[in-house]
Design a protein around this ligand. Sequence first.
Ligand code: FEO
Length: 396
Amino acid sequence: MQKISENVYWNGIQDWELKLFHGHEFSTHRGSTYNSYLIRDEKTVLVDTVWYPHKETYIKRLEKDVGVENIDMIIINHSEPDHGGALEELMKVRPDLPIYCTAFGEKIIKAHYHKDWNFKIVKTGDTLNIGKNTLTFVEMRMIHWPDSMMTYLDHDKVLMSNDAFGQHYCTKSLFNDEVDNDELYQEAIKYYANILTPFSAMIVKKIDEVIKLNLDIEIIAPSHGVIWRENPGQIIEAYVKWASDYSEDFAVIIYDTMYEATLRMAESIEEGLSSKGVKAKLYNCSVSDMSDLITEIFKANAIAIGSSTVNNSPLTSIVSISHEILTHKMKGKPFVSFGSYGWSGEAPGHIAETLVKAKLNQVCEPVKIKYTPTEDDLKSCFDAGVKLAEAIKEKL
Ligand code: FEO
């Protein structure tokens, strides 16, 4: 166990080999960690556990370092199996152990394990004295599960934020001041874009609520990745920015193509954007990492999405990324849709329908061309790029 403050120890698992998370949904190029914490005050308090494939290692180490019989209570800030996954194993040894969690936490834990353990329900503002530290609980409902919660320790000035402010980032050091900060922010924004974007409106309100609690925070200890020890306020500021109609200074052009006609269209759109000084990145969706692509879309100030038409529809990868934009609620960005076709040409219209439903702003009619583009066809793509550039400038 590694000490992170006077009374708090990191008691997690470093998963160097993890490459996919949430089943096969989220790529984790730099592994991840499951950060459980142990508070050694007058009471010995465990905060969260780890993902269940690591439960035996976790319990054995806990037994060796502290003795499971010496733990007075466990706080489950969030019961998703990457944090609550060793709870059942722990409860086999200590079936009497009080479990502090939200009301939703109790329901979800019962639905997972079908056991009626010793639940102690807490809500925002509830406190619990454990010696030098008094714990304050802050519910984070739907950020990102109904049961999510933070726990604050007033003596050590540690905010255990669970998923919030986390990253799928496994490093030798546990602390933000000892890792490559470019990598750290790549992982933090990827985590935000992929997991938290749908909840941005709630995040703005929640951060405001937490600021009003006037907590003196020296350390933010999330449940994945490194601990924010140096200037912990920086990640709160980043979340406020990311949750508020965030964009960076580039557009993305995402396409899938069967015989390169749609690729030619994508290149002409890029030229149109470039003629107006807008930088653009091109991605063939079918050979790109979806989680990285979602991150790029989250960061982009405009989007062009194109696909050939097959079976009256866009290609599979484009159906999928359009749906991701919708479900991630990445609204407000200007977009164009485009694609080549043989005889029916529904794909650009289908893409536009999904993105309009997602509340993105369509800047022109879908651009569709038959078979191989002519010079005139490419000029219409170039013009669509120009319109997209103008929409970006109007938004600024
Ligand atoms: Fe890291 Fe929502 O679990």
